[in-house]
Design a protein around this ligand. Structure first.
Ligand SMILES: Nc1ncnc2c1ncn2[C@@H]1O[C@H](COP(=O)(O)OP(=O)(O)OP(=O)(O)O)[C@@H](O)[C@H]1O
Length: 236
């Protein structure tokens, strides 16, 4: 049995008067890929935003219940008001469906999170190269790091966004339909990258694609009518 990385207890999620998630209970083992699937509008993205408390930035959103994550010192309750959200978001990276590069160069996109995290300047080049290597993008961009990120293809941009999340070495990576807008070759590269990452980063990914879930996920959770159920698992 793998160690629990994330534990969710009685999570309720609301947008204004609308009750989106209904008393969700969930244990996510470390070093696994968990897929969350289900019909549109059921709250899959909302569930991800509960795990990094991004919902707190969304007007009208509200969550109750408790969430713990183990960042190496045992399970810590990250849903407590006093838990440092800045620290949480460094440890829990997020990648969205549409690549969202900053309107600046590839290099500056990669430097930005390191600057926010206060990483010392002499570590920056090495960390950027490592993250771009992990995202299988280094060879494609190493000679044009100062070019505008918007010049990259859709698949390259999504790998840049993944690299940007990886550069501060998160322990959890949340991905919201990361391959939805991509061509098959880019999808394959990203699936390969997620499989390589999972030993050092616990992955929770919203996906609509059952074939993708079968290829890469260790477990598939189905969200329907505000309730979550485990539909398949590869775990022992
Ligand atoms: N900022 C918001 N304010 C109010 N309602 C919202 C907001 N964002 C989402 N919703 C509503 O909350 C419900 C859950 O949305 P959410 O995006 O979590 O679902 P989802 O399962 O990820 O959907 P999809 O598969 O279409 O991306 C939907 O009915 C959606 O319309």
């Amino acid at each position: 049995m793998k160690k629990t990385k994330i534990k969710v207890q009685d999570l309720n999620f609301f947008y204004g008067p609308h009750h989106i998630l209904n008393k969700i209970n969930l244990d996510i083992p470390a070093g696994t890929i968990t897929a969350v699937s289900g019909p549109s509008g059921q709250g899959k993205s909302s569930l991800l935003t509960a795990l990094n408390r991004l919902w707190e930035n969304i007007d009208g959103a509200r969550a109750t219940g408790r969430i713990w994550i183990d960042f190496g010192k045992g399970l810590e309750e990250i849903s407590k008001k006093e838990y440092n959200v800045h620290h949480l978001r460094q440890k829990v990276g997020m990648v969205f469906q549409m690549p969202n590069p900053l309107p600046m160069s590839i290099l500056k996109n990669m430097q930005f999170p390191l600057k926010l995290a206060g990483i010392s300047k002499n570590m920056v080049p090495e960390k950027i190269e490592t993250a771009l290597q992990q995202a299988h993008l280094w060879e494609e961009v190493k000679d044009r790091l100062s070019s505008d990120a918007q010049m990259l293809s859709g698949g390259q941009l999504q790998r840049l966004c993944i690299a940007r999340s990886l550069v501060i070495q998160p322990e959890v990576l949340l991905l919201d339909e990361p391959t939805a807008s991509l061509d098959p070759a880019s999808v394959e590269k990203i699936e390969q990258l997620l499989l390589e990452l999972k030993s050092r980063c616990t992955i929770v990914m919203v996906s609509h694609y059952m074939d993708q879930i079968r290829r890469i996920a260790d477990r598939n959770l189905l969200l329907s009518n505000g309730n979550l159920s485990l539909v398949t698992t590869k775990e022992q």
